[in-house]
Design a protein. Sequence first.
Length: 645
Amino acid sequence: MSATSKRHNQESDVPPRRRASGALLRCSILVAALSITALFISRSNELNSHSYALCSPHDSQNIFTVDSVNSRVQCILVDKSQITRTGTLEHILHHRQGSMPVLNLLNKLRAPLAVRYIPLGAIVVPGLSDSHAHILEYGSTLQLPLEGTKTVNETVARVRNYILSNTDVHSNTSLWIHAQGWDHTAWPSQAWPTAVRQIILVKSPRDDSNSSSFFLQADLDSDPIIRGRPVVLQSKDCHALWVSQRALEFSLPFPEEVEGGVIIRDASGNPTGTLGPVSFGVIVLLTTSHDTGMLLDNAQELVKQPKLLENDLAKRFNSTIQEAVKYGLTSIHDAGLDPISLKFFKEEAQRKTLPIRIYGMTYFDENGEYWGNTTKPLIATGDERLTARSVKIFADGALRTGGAALHEPYADNPITNGFMRLDKEVLFKYIPLFLRDGWQVNVHAIGDRANGIVLDAFEASLTGQTCSGLEGSESLQASSPLMRKLTAQLPFNVTLTLYPNSISDMLYAEDRLGPERVKNLYAFRTLIESGARITLGSDAPVESLNPLSGFYAAVSRLTPQGDSPHGPDGWFPDQRLTREEALRGMTIDPAYASFTESILGSLEVGKRADYVVFSRDIMSIPVDQILSTQVLATAVDGDFVYGSV
Ligand SMILES: *[C@@H]1O[C@H](CO)[C@@H](O)[C@H](O)[C@H]1NC(C)=O
Ligand SMILES: *[C@@H]1O[C@H](CO)[C@@H](O)[C@H](O)[C@H]1NC(C)=O
Ligand SMILES: *[C@@H]1O[C@H](CO)[C@@H](O)[C@H](O)[C@H]1NC(C)=O
Ligand SMILES: *[C@@H]1O[C@H](CO)[C@@H](O)[C@H](O)[C@H]1NC(C)=O
Ligand SMILES: *[C@@H]1O[C@H](CO)[C@@H](O)[C@H](O)[C@H]1NC(C)=O
Ligand SMILES: *[C@@H]1O[C@H](CO)[C@@H](O)[C@H](O)[C@H]1NC(C)=O
Ligand SMILES: [Zn+2]
C-alpha cells in the first residue's frame, strides 16, 4: 500500500464551477446559439452516433453511478462526451424532447435515439482509475516479463528467449535490454543474483607454476546469447538492479560507497586479493543486504543507461494502454514521470492521441535544481486527457527488501531499522516550496518512521504558511498506532493511496515485522476509521495492473488462489473493505485525489462519459467469481476504447 494525499487549499475548497460561474454562463449562451445552427446543418449519423442511451435490460438498474449515495439507475444518456441525463429509459426519452417548442421541433428532425443495452447480468460502473502505477515501466514488463520466475536460471532463460524471438534485438548486440520484475525472495536460494556466479580455481595443466586461473561466470553472462550485451534488470519492487558485465562497463568506475544505496560485492571468492572489487563482479545494486545489514537504493543511479528512444517509449506506451483498456481503466495516475516520459505524454496529448487520461507526478531529485517555480503545472491539457501537477518524492525504501524506515528494527534482521532515502531537512525544505508554487506533493513513505517524518513535514508546511496549491501524499505501510493517531489529528484532510494487491506481502510480512506490528500493515479498515480518505492503486508493474485483482484483494484479503496465512476468511479479515468502498476507491476517490471530481469518477449529469461494462455484478457475486469477471467494454468520453455494447 502506500501514498496518501491530503487536500488542503482554501482556494480549491471553493467549487471551481461556482467561482467561474459568471464567465461560464456567458459562454454557454453563445455555445447554445451556435449548436442550434449546427443541428440544422448537420443532421448526420455522426451526430447520432455520439448521442445514445446506455441501459440495462428489462427495467433492471445495473448502472452503478457511484454518486454520493451509491445510486443505481437503468440508463444514462450520453451526448458526445458527456452524461446529460440518468434514470429510467422513459425519463431519458422525455428529457430529450425537452420543454421548449423549438427543441421539440429540432428533435423531430433528429433520428431516433440509439439505445445500447448491456447484456443481462452485466453491470456498468464509472471508468476505473488507478491512483498509482508506472505506465512506461509496466509496458516494458509486458515486453519482457520477469515476474514469477522460480530460479535465477529461469530468469536468465526469459532474457535469452526474448532476444531470440525479437530479430531486431537479436541482430544488434549493442541494443540495451531493459526489464523489470525479478524477485529473489521467491527463489529457493533467496540469494541475490550475481554478476559473478562462481570463481573456479583451476590448475592450468600447461602451467608448471602453481598459479591458479579464475573463470568468472556471471548469471547473465553465462548465457552465450546474452553474453556481451548490455542488460539491466530491475527487481519487482524497483529498488534493485541486476546488470550484465557489458552494462556495468559503461558506468565504471564505481565509488566505494554510495549515500542512500549499497553496491553489493561478492566477497567470498577473492582469496588473493588480486581481483579488484569491480572486475570481481559488482552485481546487484539493491536496497538491502541481509548479510551486511547495509541498505541501498540510490546506488541504482550509478548505472548509466542510454536515453530511451521515442520508438521504445511508444512501444511501451502502446502495450500498457492495450492492457489498461482491456481491464476497464480510463485513467492512470503515473507515479513517476521523468523529463523524457513527460515530454512523450505532452506530445501525445497535443496530438490528441491519448486514449485514456493520465495524471502525472514528476520525480523530484534533491541533487537537481528546484523546478517548482520554473515549470508550470500542466492542467487538463489535450481535452482533459493529461494533467501533470504533482511531484513525487521518495522518503524511504520498500518493505520487501527491508528498506522501509521503521521505528523499531526489523524482526528478521534486527541490526537495521531500514533507512530514509533523503534527509528529513530535504522534506521540510521542499514540501513547502512545491506547495507554495501550486504543486501537489506525493511522498513515497512505507515505514512508520518515514510516514511520521513525512506527516510532520506536511504539517509544518501547511500550518506555517498559507499555500495556494496543494495536496500531499505519502504511503503508509508498516504503520504504528502512533502514526495513525497523528493522521487523525492533522489540520488537513489526508487521502491514503492503498495498494490492495500488495497484500501478497502477507506471505512474508510477519517475518519482517513480527506478530504485533504486522497488524498495522494494510490495515484498511483502521485507516478509514481514522478519518482518512482512501484511494486505490496498483503500483504496476510491482503488482498487477488489473483493477479487479485489487478489488478482489481489498474485499477478500486472500491470495488469488483463495487462501491466506489466516485461512480462507482472509488475512486479518476485519480489515476488509466493503465492495462499495473498494469501487469508490477506484472511481470517485482517485478523481478527488486528482482534482477532477467535478467531471470524473461517477456517472452523474454533467460528468464525462467514462464507463466500464463488466460481464457480472462484481458488487454481489461470490468473491471467488470476481477474478474471472470479464470487461465487455470500456468507454472514454462516450467512445469505446475497448469492446462495445
Ligand atoms: C475536509 O473534508 C471535509 C469533509 O469532506 C470538508 O468539509 C473539509 O472542508 C475538508 N477540510 C479541508 C482542510 O480540506
Ligand atoms: C543453471 O544454468 C547453468 C548454466 O546453463 C547450469 O550450469 C546450472 O546447472 C543451472 N542450474 C540449475 C539449478 O538449473
Ligand atoms: C544498434 O543499437 C544501437 C543502440 O541503440 C544503435 O546506436 C545502432 O545504430 C544499432 N545498430 C543497428 C545496425 O541498427
Ligand atoms: C607454489 O606452491 C609452493 C608450495 O605450496 C609454494 O612454496 C610456492 O611459493 C608456490 N609458488 C608460487 C609461484 O606461488
Ligand atoms: C502505437 O499505437 C499507435 C496507435 O494504435 C500506432 O499508430 C503506433 O504506430 C504505435 N507505435 C508503436 C511504436 O507501436
Ligand atoms: C524559485 O524558488 C526558489 C526557492 O524559493 C528561489 O530561490 C528562486 O529565486 C525562485 N525562482 C524564480 C524564478 O522565481
Ligand atoms: Zn510506485
